[in-house]
Structure formats: C-alpha cells, structure tokens
Design a protein around this ligand. Structure first.
Ligand code: HT7
Ligand code: ZN
Length: 889
C-alpha cells in the first residue's frame, strides 16, 4: 500500500456543520441513514470524497434528489459526489453487518450487545463520510432497535427523546452539543447493569456519572466509578479543567481491541479496565483501572475539546494525556501519606513508568518500526498507536513540564486552550503555546531546539565525563549527546545528520559516604540541578567540591535517554544504598544487577564474584527507611527485554536463563531474609482489602519474597505458597501463590492448584484470562503446551483479551519458551490465523520479534524464515503487510 506522508496534508474542501444519523439496529444487518449539511467557503466546487469500507450502498441523494449510478463514483474505499452548489444536503442510506465484523472496528457485536469503535478510521465502516479528525460536526443520533434485545440505546451527548415503536421496537434520540470529529462518535445497544453517581462539579454543574456493565457485574464497577469521580475532581484541581457534560457514561465491552476509547460522553472500555473486586482483580488491575479511567476522562479536554488536525499529530493528544494520567496516578498514590512516604510512592510510579518505557519503547526506537513521536509517514495508522507515540510522547511533555515548572506549565496549558479550544490542531501548536510562556517567563530561553524531539527517532545517548580538580575544589561535568541512526535511517546515504536535542539532565553529587553535596548553579544552591543540554557537548563546573564526588545521574529519569558513564561496581553499590534521589538509587541497583546478569549470560554460569550484588540486596532488604513498595522495585531484577537492549548480538535464551539463575542464587543466598520479610508482610495483611500504596506495596514485597524463595527451592516454599493459595482473600495473593507454585514446574501441587483455580473461576472471563496468561508465561511452557491450551474449550482467537492472554503472553513474554525454531513457526502461524479475523490485533503480534536483526545468527535465520512465510501469505492485511515489510527491509 502507498505510504501517506505528513507533508501531504490538505484541509478538507468542505465543512459539515451538522450530521443526523439514524440507525435501524440489527446484529445481522443494520440500516444507517446519514444526512449531513455540506458547505464550501473557498472558490470552485471540488469533488466531495467520502470514505467507506465494507458497506452496501442503498441510495444517495443531494438536496432530496436521489442520484443515479452515473452521478457518483463508488469504489472499495470511497464514494465521490460532484457538487453543483456551495451549500447542499447529502443523504446516504447504507447497510453494514455487525455480526460478521470480527475486526471490531466500526459497528460490531460483543456478547449480545452492539458497540462501535471509530478511532482511528472505523467510522467509514458505519457510513460514507469524510473520516478524518479535522472535519468537526454537531451530531444528532436516532437509534431504533428491538426493545428486548436492546433495552438500552446509548450515544454521545444528551438523551432528548425516546418512544415506543411498532413490533416491539423502540427509539432513542441523542444530541451532542459539542462539535466533534467522527472518530469520537459512539453508540451502544444492549442490556446492561448501571452504577451511577450524581455529582456537582467545582463550577457548580450537576452531572451524572454512569458505569454500564454486563448484567450481574454491577458490584464490580464501584472502583471504576470512584476513579471516574476522582478524575473529574483532579482535572479541576490540578489542571483547572471542568467537566463540560451533563452526563458522562462508561460502558464495559468484553471484546475490545485496545484498553478503552474516549468517545465524547460515551467512553467504551475493555471490561478488563472496568471490572474489579478484591476476589477477582489484582492490585495491578486496580491501578490499571485508575490510570485508564483517568486517561479516557482526561481526553475529554486533551483530545476531544482540542483534537488532532491529522493522525500524524496523534501524540498531541496521546502523549499529553498519558502524561496527565501518570501525574494523576502519582497524585492518587501519594494522597494522604507523609511527605517521605509520598515521595517514595511517586518514585515507585516513576520506576514503573520508566520500566514500561524501557521494555516497550526503547526496543521500538532501535528497531525497524522506529519513528519520531510525530511520524513522517504510515501505510496503516492503526500500526502507529505505539509506545513511541504514547509513552515517549508523554516523556516529551514531561520534559516541557520540567523545563517550565508546574506553574508555568499550567499557564502554557491555559494558553493552549485559550488559543485552540474547539479546533483540530498540530503538535507545533501545542509547543507554540508552551513556548510563548517559556520565553515570557524565562528570559533568554526558548523551545526552538526542544522541538526536535517531535521529528527525531531513536533514543539519544548521553555520555558523561566527570573531572575533579582537588586543588581548586572544582568538579566539571561534561555531557556529550549522540543519536545513532535507526530503522530506515540506517539505509540512508549519505548518513542522516541528527542535530542535537534539548535534554534536561538532572544531576546530583554525593560524597564518599553517600551524603548529598550542595551544587551552586545559576546563582543558587541545590541538591539536584537540571542541566540544559542543548548542544552536542557542554561542560558545567561546580565549586566547593573538596573530594572527587560520586555522580547521581539523570535523576527521576529527567529525559528519555541512555546514559553512558564509566564507573565501578563499588560506586554503584554506594548509590544503591545511599542516593537521596529514589529513582537514581533504584537505577544504580538495576545497573549492578544488569552487569551480573550480562556476565552470567555470556559465561553461561554464575560469576563467582557476585558478593557485592548480594550484599547490596541484603542491605536493601533490611533498610527500615524504605517503603515496601519501593523495596519490591529495588529488589526486582531488570526485565529480560530491557537487558537484551544492552547486548549485541542478542541471545534471548541466554539472558532469560541468566535471569532465572540469578533469581535462584539470590533466593538461596538471602533465604533467611526473604523468609523473615515474607512472614512479617503476611502477618500485617489486614482483613479488609484496599489497593492503596501501602497495602499494595506490602503485598508486592510479600509475593516477591515468595517468588525468590520458590526460585531458590527453599524447603518451605511450596507449603507457604500452598497455604497462601488456600487462605488468600484477594486475587493478588492468590495469583502470587499460584505463580510461585507454577514456577516450580509441573509439580503435583502446581497441577492441583491450576485445576482448582479454573474450576473456581471458569465463569469469570477476566479471571480465566489470568489462568491462561500464567501458564503461557511459565518457565517450563513450550509451544506444545500452548497448542494444547488452545484446544481448551475456553480458548478462542476471536476475543482479543483471550488471544492476548495465551498467544501474546507466550510469544512476547515467555523468552525461554518461544525463542526456538518451533516457537517462531508457531508465532507466524498465529499471526496469519489472527490476520484473517482481526488485522489490528494480528499486526501487534507481528511485532513480537521486531529486534530479530540483532539476534544471534541461529535465532536470526529462524525469525527471518518465519517473517518471509508471513509476507508470502495471501491475502495479507495492510496492517500486517506494513509491519512485515519494515521488519524485512
Ligand atoms: N484513543 C484510543 C485509541 C483506540 C484505538 C485505536 C485503534 C484501534 C482501536 C482503538 N481503541 C482505542 C485509546 C486511548 O488512547 O485512549
Ligand atoms: Zn489515549
């Protein structure tokens, strides 16, 4: 398929101020009648090109006159009309087939209900329309359907009329007062439970918050409703943004391609981000729900009130909204804690966010799909809902927050809405608003260099040198940045010039005892300074530093870069024990463990000299000043995917095996400590469940201790896990225990527990997903185990959550299981099977081995053959074709 380029953007030649849609809903065949006003402001009357896919055209008319076939042009993807006036009304009758729609884009069936998903280009599967975000209209929607099958008929905005029709049917009319692009259109029809709350916003508006879910699930939606209410309050308090609707609805769907969708006033969610009760949801699920409910609600301003001009600007709404949801979660985690505990809770959130970035985005930025947060071209936009656009995009917003500070950043946000409320705009428009405040309040500064973050792919490297002049008490820090070519850039000749970026680099210095030193910078003394690295190389000198200090680098991960700094293990151990910046402290421990793991993966066995790591781990285990949640993070070994990024060539099996071996070694060497921690945490577990930072942190540490005991084959591990499984009063503990049992291999205790778990929870799809996922990621699982699980009556490829729980978990998260010739073959087979059903999901699976070109030769050849097999398959969706052609380039 031809690529679409950012520079080819042209405004749509017509305005469509009003749209009226009428639906005669039926799962087999839904009739849609669309009526829209069309207006032309400029000269000439260019053709009116409308997008449409998988639709049957019934009729098309202009100003009430039905057009003969010769008066319009119709092909697989467009319907073109040839206007004869500058203002006219188009009416189109068409049909679509929700029950046949396994791609879950457009109008589709999930369970017995009907749902829509329009972002990015799903509206064209509902009716012919200019399916692009810069065409904004006011919608009136009439829904008609069978009263028994679809007692609830929901759409965006306000319910303005409802009536009974003949033949057991009824009708509801919805009007959305806010102009919106069609990707924010939604309808839901079905039978649901509803939990609701009436609230009064800070601005005095009375509003109704509603969570709809499958019949019988109402008691699982309390947490989601609380999160939604807190999101409304937080956006008012922190960003000054008010709810602009009388009614805000969230509906849970079992079949959903992503996490959730921010349709105006009618959010549709993957049920996994709505439903939670202690017995079925883990702490991670509770936190995930909080973050996704927040994310979708925050889109109401950042995405909906101000939307994207075109899909190249996706990070305008996604990067900003991820930044906002990260801040929301951090504030919620820290809420009600003492200053120190709140700082630790924020650091934990930051560690989790950075870990996610390193595991998903860093590999993407170094692989064949590398792209700037504002991509330059795409074949299929659905492939660009990536970690780069979302997570790196959020880091780029976060750096602007760091440069401006909270107060000025909020002034920049106000300026952005003052300029652009109600418009479809670009990333440049956002930076312009921020820049106007930055320049005004920080004389001599600008975001001119900073803007390059939007157009440059690849993770920059910052090389650090420290020089100390003992005679003069001066310490100089030199930062040198470079960004190697990535993806298609590597093919360019002459090599692409990558100009330097503006990198806010947070630095602290410690003395040999780990005490923070005061740094004089820009006329003031600080414990942490943020250096503005804007050139290829810059040096800063700090006075009154008597001895050679220990550098604490990139504190709080102030920029999405890789730091290169030569230092010994002893210095890392010192930082891991004493750094006053909790993020940098965690980072030092991770680096120490990474060195050990990489040495082990290369030598094939444990390095003898692991004493420094074990003693550091022991010190952290016993440091009473650390919160449990933070301790759980510092004592977790780096993720295999993050480790692999540090190797060349990559040997996934060797690195994954080294990680297992080191876990066992730490489990054994520190067995008494793990046992003591386990018992202390278990004794402190209250009867009443709460996902708050302290309680979830304690459970995280307890289950980590149990995992280490199990990995070290402690004689009590199995009985502890079994007892925990049997007495667990929440899903976090039940899963922690089950995972420890399954981690021991195919033991009778593991088999018994797995059987019991399924029998007890088979009625709950989200819990059954956990059951598949746990087995998919177990150390002992190989391709044949997964094939056997696919034959289980509860397995289906058609439900994305189920496919993700087994196939994706195995292919993407079971390194020891999948990185074998038969694993790669299995992967190719599943990509093709999924492609026939749901190309968006298939394309995500197709990215499992994006880094293949950096693998060691035997893995590389096997992935190469599997990729070729996929590429040669006919038919192949545009989604998968784009991924595979880039991977093979
Ligand atoms: N803005 C939403 C994107 C989305 C999506 C994209 C492609 C296919 C299916 C989809 N479902 C939702 C999600 C978000 O970022 O909030
Ligand atoms: Zn989003």
């Amino acid at each position: 398929a031809p690529a679409i380029s950012r520079h080819d953007y042209q405004p749509y030649p017509y305005r469509l101020p009003r749209v009226a849609l009428q639906f005669d809903l039926d799962a087999e065949c839904t009739r849609v009648h669309a009526r829209f006003e069309v207006e032309r402001d400029g000269g000439g009357l260019p053709p009116l090109v409308l997008n449409g896919q998988e639709l049957s055209l019934v009729s098309v008319s202009i100003d009430g006159t039905q057009l003969d076939a010769g008066k319009y042009r119709l092909d697989d993807e467009t319907l073109t009309l040839f206007p004869e006036a500058a203002r006219f009304i188009v009416e189109i009758a068409s049909e679509c087939r929700p029950a046949q729609n396994s791609a879950l884009m457009g109008l589709y069936v999930s369970g017995e209900s009907l749902f829509t998903q329009c972002e990015a280009e799903g509206f064209r599967r509902i009716t012919w329309f200019p399916d692009r975000p810069d065409v904004m209209s006011r919608y009136t929607v009439t829904l008609r359907g069978d009263k028994t099958a679809y007692p609830l008929l929901l759409s965006n905005g306000n319910l303005v009329a409802g009536s009974e029709l003949e033949n057991g049917r009824h009708e509801a009319v919805w009007e959305d007062p806010h102009p919106k692009p069609c990707y924010l259109f939604a309808l839901v029809a079905g039978s649901f439970d509803c939990l609701e709350r009436r609230i009064r916003t800070g601005a005095g508006r009375n509003a109704l918050l509603q969570i709809y879910s499958d019949k019988g699930s109402r008691n699982k939606t309390e947490w989601a409703l609380d999160c939604l209410h807190r999101s409304v309050q937080w956006d008012e308090q922190r960003f000054g943004l008010q709810l602009d609707l009388d009614r805000f609805m969230v509906v849970a769907a079992r079949d959903f391609n992503m996490g959730a969708m921010e349709n105006k006033g009618l959010n549709i969610f993957n049920s996994s981000y709505v439903l939670a009760e202690p017995d079925t949801a883990t702490d991670a699920s509770y936190h995930g729900i909080e973050s996704v409910i927040g994310h979708e609600y925050f889109h109401n301003w950042t995405g909906n009130r101000v939307t994207c001009r075109d899909w190249f600007q996706l990070s305008l709404k996604e990067g900003l909204t991820v930044f906002r949801d990260q801040q929301f979660s951090a504030d919620m985690m820290a809420h009600g804690l003492s200053e120190d505990a709140a700082r630790s809770a924020r650091a934990v959130k930051r560690i989790d966010d950075v870990t996610a970035l390193r595991v998903a985005q860093f590999p993407e930025d170094a692989g064949p799909m590398a792209h700037p947060i504002r991509p330059e071209s795409y074949q299929e936009i659905a492939n660009f809902y990536t970690a780069t656009v979302y997570e790196k995009g959020a880091e780029v917003i976060r750096m602007q927050h760091t440069l401006l500070g909270e107060e000025d950043f909020q002034a920049g946000i106000r300026e952005y809405f003052r300029r652009h409320d109600g418009q479809a705009v670009t990333c440049d428009d956002f930076v312009d608003a921020m820049d106007s405040v930055y320049r005004a309040r920080h004389p001599g500064k600008s975001l001119d260099v900073f803007r390059r973050w939007y157009s440059q792919a690849g993770t920059p490297r910052v090389h650090v040198t420290l020089q100390h002049d003992a005679d003069q008490g001066l310490c100089s820090i030199t930062l040198r940045q470079h960004c190697p070519p990535v993806g298609i850039e590597k093919l360019q000749s002459p090599p692409l010039e990558k100009p330097p970026l503006h990198i806010p680099f947070a630095l602290g210095l410690l003395d040999a005892q780990g005490q923070a030193l005061a740094l004089r910078h820009e006329g003031q003394e600080h414990e942490t300074v943020v250096l503005d690295l804007c050139a290829e190389s810059q040096t800063w000198t700090f006075p009154d530093i008597a001895e050679r200090p220990v550098a604490s680098l990139l504190r709080d991960f102030s920029a999405p870069v890789i730091v290169e700094y030569d230092r010994d293990d002893a210095e890392l151990a010192l930082l891991a024990r004493h750094d006053t910046d909790p993020f940098a402290r965690w980072e030092a421990g991770q680096e120490l463990a990474s060195r050990q793991l990489l040495a082990m993966s290369q030598s094939g066995s444990a390095k003898q000299e692991d004493a420094i790591l074990i003693e550091t781990w022991r010190a952290l285990l016993h440091d009473p000043a650390l919160s449990d949640a933070y301790r759980a993070r510092v004592l977790t070994l780096p993720a295999t995917k993050a480790l692999l990024e540090k190797t060349d060539p990559m040997d996934p099996l060797a690195v994954a095996q080294a990680r297992e071996d080191l876990r066992a070694r730490l489990g054994q060497a520190l067995a008494d400590s793990w046992l003591a921690i386990y018992q202390a945490c278990a004794a402190a577990e209250p009867r009443e469940y709460s996902p708050d930072a302290v309680s979830s942190g304690r459970r995280a540490l307890k289950n980590l201790a149990l995992a280490y005991l199990a990995a070290g084959r402690h004689p009590q591990a199995e009985s502890l896990a079994q007892a925990q499984y049997e007495s667990a009063r929440n899903m976090t503990d039940r899963m922690g225990a089950l995972s420890a049992l399954v981690g021991q291999g195919d033991t009778p205790a593991a088999t018994r527990a797995l059987r019991h778990f399924y029998e007890q929870w088979q009625h709950d799809p989200l819990v059954v997903d956990r059951w598949f996922a746990l087995q998919a990621t177990a150390c002992a699982t190989r391709t044949d185990t997964v094939r056997a699980l696919m034959l289980h009556p509860a397995f289906t490829l058609r439900n994305p959550n189920r496919a993700r729980s087994l196939i994706f978990q195995f292919c993407m998260n079971n390194m020891l299981g999948v990185h074998r010739p038969e694993g790669y073959e299995f992967w190719a087979e599943q990509v093709l099977a999924l492609d026939a059903l749901n190309p968006e999901i298939a394309a995500r699976l197709a990215r499992a081995f994006d880094s293949w070109a950096r693998y060691a030769p035997s893995n590389r050849d096997a992935v190469h053959s599997a990729l070729q097999r996929i590429q040669q398959h006919e038919p192949l969706s545009r989604n998968v074709a784009e991924i595979v052609s880039k991977a093979l380039n």
